[in-house]
Design a protein around this ligand. Structure first.
Ligand SMILES: [Zn+2]
Ligand SMILES: [Zn+2]
Length: 246
């Protein structure tokens, strides 16, 4: 009898710390962009920015929902293949048991802490689309926030002083945008790194899990090899010394 409850998808409890943190950071930066950046942009730039921002945000939201909501578990019903001692059933050869979700995942790639769900055969494509959407959205946010900050210092914050945000000081608005920009750059660079990594894995024809296992095995082999050569090296030293005593 399996005592630990299986998690269906990323929206099921318990929610992860990284999931809550990343969602909070993402919401803050988007709220900041919508409320404290877009209203201060020149009219032509606002038109371009809003169009691009809405499309990429819709795409990000859609693929985030799809990747999180999908249950990537192995539904194999055949009586062949490897047997999982935790699920107590035969699974596909590409499946791997995830300890966090407590289930076997078909074409297991990795457990993503940001969406708090496994990424496997059923949601891998949506995960890649999510990364591309985030990169597009963050490109838009970074470009226009930078533009806003440059304009702000050029015009010595006159646009903000004349704005509806009279209760907020221009310095506070500038600080919030600067903080948001830093976070956006972090999200952007990590998404680019992750997408590049998956492009590399695609070329190699392996999953993230297989890559990690291969890397770990190589490290173990290297450690064993260096330990062996240290012992061999000591032997060599002894034989070098030996003729002196002869
Ligand atoms: Zn299992
Ligand atoms: Zn998982």
């Amino acid at each position: 009898m399996n005592a630990i409850k299986k998690r269906k998808n990323g929206f099921e409890r318990p929610f992860g710390g990284v999931q809550i943190l990343s969602l909070s950071i993402f919401s803050y930066t988007l709220l900041n962009f919508t409320v404290l950046c877009i209203p201060f942009l020149p009219l032509i730039e606002v038109t371009i920015c809003i169009g691009f921002f809405l499309i990429s945000s819709f795409s990000t939201g859609l693929f985030w929902y799809k990747t999180s909501k999908t249950d990537p578990s192995d539904q194999t019903i055949s009586q062949t293949g490897p047997f999982c001692n935790i699920c107590l059933k035969f699974v596909d050869i590409t499946s791997k048991h995830c300890k966090v979700c407590n289930k076997c995942v078909l074409n297991f790639d990795h457990h993503c802490t940001v969406i708090n769900n496994c990424v496997g055969g059923h949601n891998y494509r949506n995960f890649i689309y999510l990364l591309i959407s985030v990169i597009c959205q963050q490109t838009c946010v970074i470009l226009f926030t930078t533009l806003f900050l440059v304009n702000l210092f050029k015009t010595e914050m006159q646009s903000i002083k004349r704005s509806a945000y009279k209760k907020l000081s221009p310095e506070a608005i500038a600080f919030s945008n600067f903080l948001s920009l830093l976070l956006n750059v972090m999200i952007f660079t990590s998404s680019i790194a992750l997408l590049s990594m998956h492009a590399y894995l695609k070329i190699k024809g392996i999953t993230t899990y297989q890559y990690i296992v291969k890397k770990r095995n190589n490290e173990i082999a290297q450690t064993e090899e260096s330990q062996h050569s240290k012992i061999s090296g000591r032997d060599v030293d002894i034989t070098k010394i030996a003729p002196v005593f002869n």
